[in-house]
Ligand binder design. Structure first.
Ligand code: PMP
Length: 420
């Protein structure tokens, strides 16, 4: 471990909770250099929806590399990009009745968000954004300006401006009518709200604590945006690519956002890739106005195409995610029902969480799970939620094993004894 503490920046984070060096990984298991195996309920923070080194994707990637397929090409036309675009249109957009132009921003989620914010400003000529309490959109300045977490915002080192937070669904525990404040300040000429270019929203807040917005709340938001001529940006970086069941998390609400941000699991293999999906009439970019060296990493196109063909040609994965998600929910409800303290069962699909009234307990659970061979992270403003996000391809047997370990870890923390 000495090399990491000596040479790697203090900014490192996940590795502090899992102080081992990982070496190989297949499906839902990772193995460290000492040969210890860990079940993965973390899935690369949502980048590994199809598991580690998925054989269908690996085969396509190895073939492509073996035939000297182009690896780097900025945004030049390549056969790999053409295949991806055709497949994405055929298997994802067309069957859902969606019509979007595809922008390849830089390869991470925050690049998709930055480009979405920029484009919304260019289209509307307005600068103000609306974001939501506990939102997370990334670490670059534009994305940070619409992110809630005060520690992350503090890292900017300059004032983060041009965004106004509104209460996310259930922020007042259902006691206040949806959008009461938002509608009021939009309509009141004396409210001091700057006219917003766009609203940016996650349908289920991941980093914010696994908070799902209800379908009717999302429909209400889409309707409000429509009435007030505000663009609607859905950040589907973490909850897209099937995490909640359907390919896009907003399908459940039947809405069609103006701009959609996708990243994490779109390459399917953990290779960096991001998309900004834009309604055609909003695609007012000038050539090169938003660019970058790593837009369209061809190996990522190859694995993304293979992932779509393997998992999105029918609804088997989507149905499996629904069923596995139900199993996780039942296990969590059982735990919450049999243990003292206020345990909150949260989530949708295979994005699940258990919230603790004493925030430190969630970290203790993660640490106790690690000792038992299970990887999971925490979420929420005070890291108060133990987050369960396995690969969508996890087997039923692995899911049972992981849930059993999780239950043991929670019991040991809640009933005393375990320390982080
Ligand atoms: N948006 C959401 C909803 C996210 O969860 C994340 C990452 N956790 C991001 C944006 C930023 O993505 P990246 O870390 O790839 O920049």
């Amino acid at each position: 471990m000495a090399v990491f503490t000596a040479l790697e920046s203090e900014v490192r984070s996940y590795c502090r909770g899992w102080p081992v060096a990982f070496d190989t990984a297949v499906g839902s298991r990772m193995t460290d250099i000492d040969g210890h195996s860990y079940l993965d309920f973390f899935a690369g923070a949502g980048a590994l929806n199809y598991g580690h080194n998925n054989p269908a994707l690996k085969g396509a990637l190895l073939d492509y590399l073996a035939r000297d397929g182009v690896v780097h090409s900025l945004d030049m036309h390549t056969s790999a990009k053409a295949e991806f675009l055709k497949t994405f249109d055929e298997l994802v957009l067309k069957p859902r009745g969606l019509n979007y132009k595809v922008q390849f921003p830089g390869p991470t989620g925050t690049n998709a968000v930055e480009s979405a914010l920029k484009l919304a400003r260019k289209v509307t000529g307005k600068h103000a954004m609306i974001n939501f309490t506990n939102a997370f959109h990334g670490m670059t300045l534009g994305s940070l300006s619409v992110t809630g977490n005060s520690m992350k915002r503090g890292g900017a080192g300059i004032p983060l401006v041009h965004a106004t937070p509104m209460p996310y669904d259930n922020y007042f525990d259902g006691k206040v009518p949806d959008f009461l404040w938002f509608e009021r300040v939009l309509e009141d000429a004396g409210s001091s709200l700057n006219e917003p270019a766009a609203v940016i929203v996650e349908t289920v807040q991941g980093e914010g604590g696994i908070n799902p917005a209800r379908a009717e709340w999302l429909r209400g938001l889409a309707d409000l945006c429509h009435r007030h001529e505000i663009l609607l940006i859905v950040d589907d970086v973490q909850m897209g690519c099937g995490r909640t069941g359907p390919f896009f998390s907003f399908e459940l609400a039947g809405i069609q956002p103006d701009i959609v941000c996708i990243s994490k699991s779109i390459s399917g293999y953990g290779l960096p890739m991001a998309l900004t999906l834009i309604k055609p009439e909003l695609d007012v970019w000038s050539p090169g106005e938003h660019n970058g060296t790593f837009r369209g990493h061809n190996p990522a196109f190859v694995t993304a195409t293979a992932a779509l063909r393997t998992y999105w040609a029918d609804d088997q994965l989507e149905r499996g995610t629904g069923a596995k998600g139900q199993r996780v929910e039942s296990a969590l409800r059982h735990l919450a029902g049999t243990l003292p303290g206020d345990l909150e069962v949260k989530g949708r699909g295979l994005a699940r969480g258990l919230g603790f009234a004493q925030p430190a307990m969630a970290e203790q659970v993660a640490s106790s799970a690690f000792e038992r061979g299970l990887l999971l992270e925490t979420a929420g403003p005070e890291s108060e939620v133990a987050k369960i996000m396995p690969a969508l391809t996890i087997t039923d047997q692995e899911l049972t094993e992981g849930l059993d370990i999780f239950a043991d870890a929670v019991r040991s923390v809640v009933l005393g004894g375990a320390t982080a």
